[in-house]
Design a protein around this ligand. Structure first.
Ligand code: NCD
Length: 311
């Protein structure tokens, strides 16, 4: 079994293999011809300490498509409220025979600590990072890269060479951006960060070539623009955000997107706050919005990742 703790833990060959298998799984699903139960009788636990719709459900769907048994841990009704640590809960599920542990947790280093605990106890469970606080969300970055490749008609070998991808929003709190920026850059893209000063990181992840508070400058010539939600749950209680002012300065609107390349594609990892970081007509513009394509790509990406972890 292999773990997936972060983008940096994957070699270039791993990334190519996962993306190649993702696109193959996607084509197989489209053709109504999913793989025939390669993970039959394997046990997948979804253990999410932070809310999720797309990620947890797509891991569940991916596991079922691969023939695995999927158990979604009811965290709110579990022994967490009796004081049990993440580490002890992970070990408990491993002792019940988990083959895959899909873990979303808030604290920095939680995923890595869970991996160490699994190995120290000699369990053969693969741990998969399904989002760690503000620090990383590697499976989201992989599905985003696969979505871009598919829509550009490129192979994983061709990668994202020459594409300019601007990520706009609350970058300092975004685990999605923390994983997307280094992955997109490894695949050859130019990655730009744009947001209000207090939402830009002091120390951006590798791969970010420019960082600016100026939306027009950040969008100029961009092939792809990704909007991010303001992570209100991670802002300190005394910080307030005026959604109207935010939209005026950082929202993706028909007007603001004029600065990007004509025909630029729009992405958003969800959940969206329409009328704040992205206007509804931009999100629903089927010719240019990749948002539901990202959601759809979540399933084959997680199928490919389960296959990768199982080998
Ligand atoms: C995001 C997440 O939870 O990291 N969504 C996702 O996984 N698709 C983004 C967010 O919460 O804003």
């Amino acid at each position: 079994m292999k773990h997936l703790t972060g983008i940096d833990a994957l070699s270039d060959a791993d990334v190519r293999q996962i993306l190649t298998r993702t696109l193959a799984m996607d084509a197989a699903l489209d053709a109504g011809n999913p793989p025939d139960g390669p993970l039959k009788d394997q046990l997948l636990f979804n253990l999410f300490y932070e809310n999720s719709t797309r990620t947890s459900l797509s891991f569940a769907v991916a596991g079922m498509r691969m023939g695995a048994h999927v158990v979604t841990v009811p965290v709110a009704a579990s022994s967490v409220h009796k004081g049990e640590s993440v580490r002890d809960t992970v070990l408990t599920l491993c002792a019940q025979g988990a083959d895959f542990m899909v873990l979303r947790a808030g604290g920095a280093g939680t995923i890595e600590a869970a991996r160490r605990a699994i190995e120290e106890h000699g369990f053969q469970t693969a741990i998969i990072n399904a989002g760690e606080g503000a620090f990383g969300h590697p499976t989201q970055a992989l599905l985003d890269a696969a979505t871009i490749l598919k829509s550009a008609g490129r192979t994983p070998e061709e990668g994202l060479d020459g594409l300019t991808i601007t990520i706009v929003g609350d970058l300092v709190h975004s685990r999605v951006a923390s994983s997307c920026a280094p992955l997109f850059a490894r695949l050859g893209a130019n990655v730009r960060y744009c947001g209000p000063q207090d939402m830009l990181p002091e120390d951006p992840p590798s791969g970010v070539v420019t960082m600016t508070t100026n939306r027009e400058a950040a969008l100029e010539g961009a092939d792809i623009v990704m909007a991010l939600r303001i992570q209100l749950e991670r802002l300190s209680a005394d910080t307030s955000v005026d959604p109207v002012a935010y939209r005026a300065d950082y929202g993706l609107t028909t007007d603001s997107l004029k600065a990007a390349k004509p025909g630029a594609l729009v992405m958003h990892p969800g959940p969206m706050n329409r009328g704040v970081e992205i206007d509804g007509d931009i999100a629903d513009d089927q010719a240019h919005s990749l948002i539901l394509k990202q959601v759809a790509m979540g399933v084959p990406t997680r199928m490919a990742l389960l296959e990768f972890a199982a080998t």
